[in-house]
Design a protein. Structure first.
Length: 85
C-alpha cells in the first residue's frame, strides 16, 4: 500500500504534483528568510534553492502531464487504470 499517493486503497492520498508544489512552497518560504543574508553560505544556499525550485517546477509539469494521460483513460474503477493490479 502506498503511503502518500491517492489509490483505491488510499483514497485520501495525494497527487504527486500537489506534494511537489507543497515542497516548492516550503522552499520559497525558507528562502525568503535568508534572501537578505549576504554571507557566502547564505548565497550558496540561495543559489541551490533557486536551482532546486526550477527542478521542482519541471517535475510538477511532468507529474501534471502524467495525471492528464491517466485521466484521459477514463474514471478510475476498482483497479488501476494503467499497470498491474
Amino acid at each position: 500500500m502506498t503511503k502518500f499517493f491517492a489509490t483505491s486503497d488510499n483514497p485520501f492520498g495525494h497527487r504527486l504534483e500537489d506534494l511537489l508544489a507543497e515542497i516548492q512552497c516550503e522552499l520559497v518560504r525558507r528562502s525568503n528568510k535568508i534572501v537578505s543574508d549576504k554571507r557566502r553560505e547564505a548565497r550558496q544556499v540561495m543559489e541551490n534553492n533557486i536551482e532546486i525550485l526550477g527542478m521542482l517546477t519541471r517535475c510538477i509539469k511532468l507529474a501534471e502531464d502524467s495525471t492528464r494521460a491517466v485521466n484521459s483513460i477514463g474514471p478510475s474503477g476498482d483497479g488501476p487504470r494503467i499497470g498491474d493490479a
